[in-house]
Design a protein around this ligand. Structure first.
Ligand SMILES: Cc1ncc(C[n+]2csc(CCOP(=O)(O)OP(=O)(O)O)c2C)c(N)n1
Length: 106
């Protein structure tokens, strides 16, 4: 997160994507997915660039197509939060989860 300060300080037109899945997905998949210690408290991620001194950044947790258009134009730095389902996982991650008993017993 500290690097965002440097991006702002140097005036770089960065594009940052934050994937917000509400917690530690890979840890969820290694045991009971519902264990509460893998939940992360809700944060106002889109306010982070401003809090870190970045001026005039485009920040959004809104509609993705519009965000991609703005970011693609390249005129301003962009900070785009993408909220996914808490349990949305790649096929490979799901294979790990499905075989967790075998892995732990190995
Ligand atoms: C400094 C540190 N603390 C704790 C861990 C243990 N750990 C491994 S993966 C993980 C969760 C990863 O969550 P995130 O980066 O949000 O990715 P996700 O699995 O949700 O896609 C944690 C806490 C670690 N690897 N490093």
């Amino acid at each position: 997160m500290q690097e965002i300060t440097q991006f702002g300080r140097r005036g770089l037109k960065s594009i940052i994507f934050v994937l917000n899945n509400n917690g530690y997905l890979i840890e969820r998949l290694c045991k009971d997915p519902n264990i509460a210690y893998n939940d992360v408290a809700s944060r106002n991620y889109s306010e982070i660039p401003h809090a870190l001194g970045c001026q005039d950044w485009y920040t959004t947790c809104g509609e993705l197509d519009k965000a991609m258009d703005v970011a693609g134009a390249g005129d301003v730095p962009a900070y785009i939060e993408i909220v996914t389902d808490t349990y949305a996982a790649s096929p490979l991650s799901m294979k790990l989860h499905e075989n967790i008993t075998t892995l732990y017993n190995a």
